[in-house]
Ligand binder design. Structure first.
Ligand SMILES: O=C[C@H](O)[C@H](O)[C@H](O)COP(=O)(O)O
Length: 228
């Protein structure tokens, strides 16, 4: 989704505020997307100024940006994140829909392994109930059977297609993505459980109960912090 300049400024303020929670010696999960990119750039400036941190990227995009701004990197083999900073396509209280950049599978692994997950977003991502289509990463051969299972769960799946070539978006893991519209979700926990149980579903973009804080950039200069 294209953002206005106003929401870009709000995203940047939220990301920069969350980055202040990172202190010397921490391992930081680096989420993916345009909002997290502001946090990665801010962390890069802090590293430049002497902050001693290591990052664990969640995608090709976050790895290459972290390298560009000079954040030393590590992996889950060698370290556990003290904190992860990540964006969201929508949040309702602390529950999230993620995966607009098709990175949610690795993001969920890194975010769930972190001691704390800090979500960064602008106010436009807030909802009373989650109703954003849920991205589901799927083994390519399983797309037809997962589509049928999503319909059984009450959803309407659409294969995500690339914008600059013919054919589907392929994730960093070599899979495809179904964007699944469910309308307003009554129980994110139940839907998350239902999707996780579908054979061929690698990971879905519902992040339920994982966020410890949501940093929300408003239209004014304010950043609100909601803690869970
Ligand atoms: O796969 C991508 C991620 O889940 C992003 O964190 C999410 O789509 C939000 O991205 P943005 O900050 O660009 O809106």
């Amino acid at each position: 989704m294209k953002s206005t300049d106003g929401s870009e400024a709000a995203k940047r303020r939220a990301a920069e505020a969350a980055t202040k929670e990172v202190v010397d010696g921490m391992v930081v999960g680096l989420g993916t997307g345009s909002t997290t990119a502001y946090a990665i750039r801010e962390l890069g400036r802090a590293v430049d100024a002497g902050l001693d941190v290591r990052g664990i990227p969640t995608s090709y995009q976050s790895r290459s940006l972290a390298r560009e701004v000079g954040i030393p990197l590590t992996t889950l083999d060698d370290a556990t994140p003290d904190v992860a900073i990540d964006g969201a396509d929508q949040f309702a209280a602390g529950d999230l829909v993620k995966g607009g950049g098709a990175a949610h599978a690795r993001e969920k692994v890194v975010d769930a392994s972190a001691d704390r997950l800090l979500v960064v977003a602008d106010e436009s991502k807030r909802a009373a109930r989650l109703d954003h289509p849920v991205p589901v990463e799927v083994l390519p051969d399983a797309a037809p059977t997962v589509e049928a299972a999503v319909r059984d769960l009450g959803g309407d799946p659409t294969l995500r297609v690339a914008t600059r070539k013919d054919g589907p978006v392929v994730t960093d893991n070599g899979n495809v993505v179904l964007d699944c519209a469910f309308g307003a979700v009554d129980s994110p926990t139940d839907l998350a459980g239902g999707l996780s149980a579908v054979p061929g579903c690698v990971e879905h973009g519902l992040f339920v109960g994982l966020a410890d804080a949501v940093y929300v950039g408003g239209a004014d200069e304010e950043v609100t912090v909601e803690r869970y």
